[in-house]
Design a protein around this ligand. Structure first.
Ligand SMILES: Cc1ncc(COP(=O)(O)O)c(C=O)c1O
Length: 382
């Protein structure tokens, strides 16, 4: 169907919540995408950190197709092997407790909030300015951004935001009435801002002092994106609960809320649920993603290619280069316009997270040659 026709359908039938680019993608392979006019693109966004092992990875395609042919859905009233196996792997790879599966990142955050509130009834939730945790009511209430929150007031009560770079402010906001502190160890949507180790440590200590849960939202920065499986492993500040999504499914919708052992049984029968979550096809896909990402060499490559990309961005003369592994950003005037030109003229997929920030989140399986190629295309913006 012609792009103009798709745009007409969108105008007539789709709520206008997205500012879409004028491109129809029809195929993907590795870090490459093709549009309906047969143009080839280099994908340095990966569907916002979702296509973690590239488009159409043969191992993932095989796992998903085989499971789809065998059994697609029975619901959570029964057992299926992919979900139980995935829960065990996620637990052993992270906090060692139990997992609740969801269909999205926001729902994983909802689960963390419900768990924290059930554990400390009526407790407050401390979040950091610039944080983004999703668009459902609980997750939105944890996302202290005026433009996103204001039209939807009243929000869930009890949330308080503090500056993201001030350890004393975090510590000061936590009291015996605090149920949780929720932090993205590297803020993604607000433009790739790593949270300083002393802030994470202050949050950890305050939570310990006051019996609150420290929740790390690893939905964007987890799953190997920074060169460690979880971003918190760079600083060795361990949360009580964490949320994962995006890259976990490799392109299919799945999230998870994972606890440490002490908090594994806070939520019990009837406390929470989801019809689709942890379905066998998606869980099989997530297991395939873990097969690829949870390999020491793969994580070393993320680190190496991330360093090459970051150095290359600075060498080109781009300013404000920051981030970790393959989660990077730089500053440039008119970023949305630059991102659009990179897409339409250079055939490089990136994303502007604000008026002056361009974000890069390529698949973790990107090659050194593809990093060089992206840098060549990025040269045009200087
Ligand atoms: C850190 C973080 N948390 C939560 C979310 C919400 O995830 P979803 O869009 O899957 O609901 C996002 C999405 O960008 C995110 O980056």
């Amino acid at each position: 169907m012609a792009l103009e026709r798709l745009q007409a359908l969108e105008r007539e039938y789709v709520m206008g919540t997205y500012a879409r680019n004028p491109v129809e993608f029809v195929r993907g392979e590795g870090c490459r995408l093709w549009d309906s006019e047969h143009n080839e693109y280099l994908d340095f966004l990966a569907g916002i950190s979702v296509v973690q092992i590239g488009h159409g990875h043969p191992h993932w395609v095989e796992a998903v197709s085989e499971q789809a042919a065998q059994l697609a859905h029975v619901g959570n009233l029964f057992y299926t092997e992919p979900a139980m196996r995935l829960a065990e792997r996620l637990s052993k790879l992270s906090l060692g407790g139990k997992v609740f599966f969801t269909n999205s990142g926001a729902e994983a955050v909802e689960c963390a909030i419900k768990l924290a509130r059930k554990r400390k009834r009526g407790g407050g939730v401390v979040v950091l300015e610039g944080g983004f945790h999703g668009r459902t009511y609980g997750a939105l209430s944890a996302t202290p951004q005026e433009a996103k929150q204001a039209p939807f007031a009243p929000l869930v009560p009890g949330f308080v935001a503090v500056p993201r770079d001030d350890p004393a402010a975090v510590a000061g906001a936590v009291s015996d009435d605090t149920a949780a502190v929720i932090i993205e160890p590297i803020q993604g949507e607000s433009g790739i801002h790593p949270i300083a180790e002393d802030v994470l440590r202050a949050a950890r200590e305050a939570c310990d002092r006051h019996g609150a849960l420290l929740v790390f939202d690893e939905i964007q920065c987890g799953m190997g994106r920074t060169g460690q499986m979880w971003a918190w492993q760079h600083v060795q500040v361990t949360p009580d609960v964490m949320t994962v999504a995006k890259g976990l499914g490799g392109g299919l919708p799945i999230g998870a809320c994972i606890t440490a052992p002490e908090h594994a049984d806070v939520l019990g029968a009837g406390d929470h649920g989801s019809t689709f979550a942890g379905g066998p096809v998606i869980a099989a896909g997530a297991n395939a993603v873990l097969d690829v990402v949870d390999e020491a060499e793969q994580l070393v490559e993320v680190t190496d290619n991330g360093e090459t990309l970051a150095e290359g961005l600075s060498d080109i003369g781009l300013e404000g280069v920051r981030g970790r592994g393959l989660m990077l950003a730089f500053e440039i005037a008119d970023a949305p316009d630059v991102a659009r030109r990179l897409l339409l003229e250079q055939r490089l997929v990136v994303n502007a997270t604000g008026p002056t920030t361009i974000r890069l989140l390529p698949p973790l399986t990107v090659s050194r040659d593809e990093v060089d190629e992206a840098l060549e295309r990025l040269r045009s913006v200087r």
